[in-house]
Design a protein around this ligand. Sequence first.
Ligand code: GLN
Length: 453
Amino acid sequence: EAFNAAVAGAAALNAFIVTTPDHALAAADAVDERRAQGEALGVMGGVPIGMKDLFCTKGVQTTAASHILEGFIPQYESTVSSNLWAAGAGMLGKLNLDQFAMGSSNETSYFGNVSSPWRKDGTNAAMSPGGSSGGSAASVSARIAPAATGTDTGGSIRQPAAFAGICGIKPTYGRCSRWGVVAFASSLDQAGPMAHSVEDCAIMLGAMAGFDPKDATSLKMDVPDWEAALDADLKGKRIGIPREYRMEGTDQAILDSWEQGKAWLRDAGAEIVDISLPHTKYALPAYYIIAPAEASSNLARYDGVRYGLRDLPEGSGLQDMYAATRAAGFGDEVKRRVLIGTYVLSAGFYDAYYTQAQKIRALVAQDFAQAWAQCDAILAPTTPTASFPLGSLSDDPLTMYLNDVFAVPASLAGLPAMSVPCGVTSEGLPLGLQLVGKAFDEQGVLNAGLAIE
Ligand code: GLN
């Protein structure tokens, strides 16, 4: 019954592409069985989670919210999802997202946009849950699922977490295996948990992470017990406030939330220090060259032969099939990225765009490396604005891209970064603060998050 009520709630939000109640029930039954046998339940024992539909799940349709993958039923399980099942979790269903994780509002999904469960005070306009992990954010925020997986290439865990008033952490690049996760921009893609509390994120990240020989960029490092080491006492810690993140046009409510976050970190014993990340303003343009470049290469595999959709016009040849399948299968935003990506990688423009963007990426990483001489973690807003009404930015890609202006620097540098809820706007919409840590220091990020939560 509870499941059916949740399904009705989820249907109103359009958070799920498919539901898998049997999977969740089997995990619950396994708990009963283990209890009866006196066996340990696993850290996620019986917890029914939502799975972003970017993770391949054996025997369950996996679409990346794209028409081109409609009907694709993987023969294999992603490493992250299989780690979660091994820890006892079960799956409520596959969650809607921006198509191929490209977007910041959940409006690029082939299966229709997700709505946020939040409304502005006194209005009923449907708001964006953020993106690309919008189904994850909406289902957790609406308490349909206690937790969900997300992926973050340039903010897709943190921005929707902020919009939905929940927590979400992108770990250090390489902590979670990318094997079996539909690739967007491979040098940036990372999986992570989205949940109500820092503690739940710590537990779930522990279950998701770990070395995987099937991913060449997987970190060969033990997974620490982040939950056991959670500690909101920040005595002796220095938290950096990057001056470049004080951008013109940032909402007053966001600046107030940032001040509040600083005050709470100070109360927890931390010293607040001003720092500079001088190349911040170049991070977003560099991201929007590197991510589409990698995407254009990764998406070359969708050719009508290997996966999902095949459009074979009467009497046509192989080239026509490629063209017809890709024209019908990819959405507009995906096509935009493929065109940008192939352009910046083309022989005549490679040095002017792609090489320059890679240099900027190195400078952004160097900014952080230098900042660690002055601080242990960084506090900044997650987004420059709160959620916006669905439809209000869909014709304006550049403004849409600005959503991730505070999120992409940590992505380019591969650093762990988390969004925790901190206050609301004057219209009652949730806001998030972002904590960025040193490579491999998820603990520092989680502990500072705990002090704000
Ligand atoms: N919104 C950003 C983009 O559209 C980030 C997406 C993501 O992190 N997957 O590329």
